[in-house]
Design a protein around this ligand. Structure first.
Ligand code: 13P
Length: 247
């Protein structure tokens, strides 16, 4: 699966142009392996543009509850609006909006209870990576966010090292693969039904480096930020993914 995270980018006319350019590139128009998480305010626009094309439209975050929570999107609103998936725990949410693992766990619960597929984002800082503590850190993020959650196929993990986001720096494909194996192992051994999750990689993925990543067995797809803002470049990444993974 390839997911575009548009963050706080886009506007009504640029989204329209993006859609036009994107659909013109593909002949078959089966987009079931692609997701877009636009801003909340553009969710319905994207849903309308891509209707009947099977492309998943998700949110970048949801709240764990509704009611007196100014500025929030409640889980029931999201599911009522037809939200297919939601990112949860993106490092920008953790850092800028001070979300901790307890809040993130509540959001995962809320998403699952409302039939919205959660994509749990985890990743270590540069400091943590340099100190050789990445695995311990990720394990803690996984265990605290997923405890008491019946991990089934719908939980996807996105590994996004914070230092790789928007920086042009990435771990080597082999290093990412090895971390993904570790993530699968941690989730599988703590899940009641032995489910192995899909693990996406995010952090400076573009149309030049995507192939090296997708060649690795345990890299199941990508969560793409900056490069997804260009329809053309995002389409390239989708094509590379299909060539390598779907054959
Ligand atoms: P970039 O692809 O811009 O590094 O962003 C990654 C990301 O944060 C996706 O969620």
């Amino acid at each position: 699966m390839i997911i575009a995270n548009w963050k706080a980018n886009g506007n009504l006319s640029s989204n329209l142009a993006w859609h036009k350019e994107f659909v013109e590139i593909f002949i078959d128009n089966n987009f079931s392996d692609i997701g877009i998480a636009p801003s909340n305010i553009h969710f319905t626009q994207l849903q309308e543009l891509f209707k009947n094309l099977n492309l998943k439209i998700g949110l970048q975050d949801i709240d764990f509850n509704g009611g007196a929570r100014t500025g929030s999107i409640s889980p029931s609103m999201a599911s009522d609006a037809g939200c297919d998936f939601t990112l949860i725990g993106h490092s920008e949410r953790r850092d800028l909006f001070k979300e901790d693992n307890t809040v993130i766990k509540a959001k995962i619960h809320a998403a699952i209870n409302h039939q919205i597929n959660p994509i749990l984002c985890i990743g270590e800082s540069e400091e943590c990576s340099k100190a050789g503590k990445t695995r311990d850190f990720l394990k803690n993020q996984l265990i605290t966010a997923l405890s008491e959650i019946d991990v089934k196929d719908q939980v996807v993990i996105a590994y996004e090292p914070i230092w790789a986001i928007g920086s042009g720096n990435t771990p080597t494909p082999k290093d990412i693969n090895s971390i993904h194996e570790f993530i699968k192992d941690v989730v599988q051994s703590s899940s009641a039904n032995n489910t192995e999750p899909k693990v996406l990689y995010g952090g400076s993925v573009n149309n030049k480096n995507a192939e090296e990543f997708f060649n690795e067995k345990s890299i199941d797809g990508a969560l793409v930020g900056g490069a997804s803002l260009s329809a053309n470049q995002f389409a390239d990444i989708v094509k590379i993914y299909r060539k390598v993974k779907i054959k």
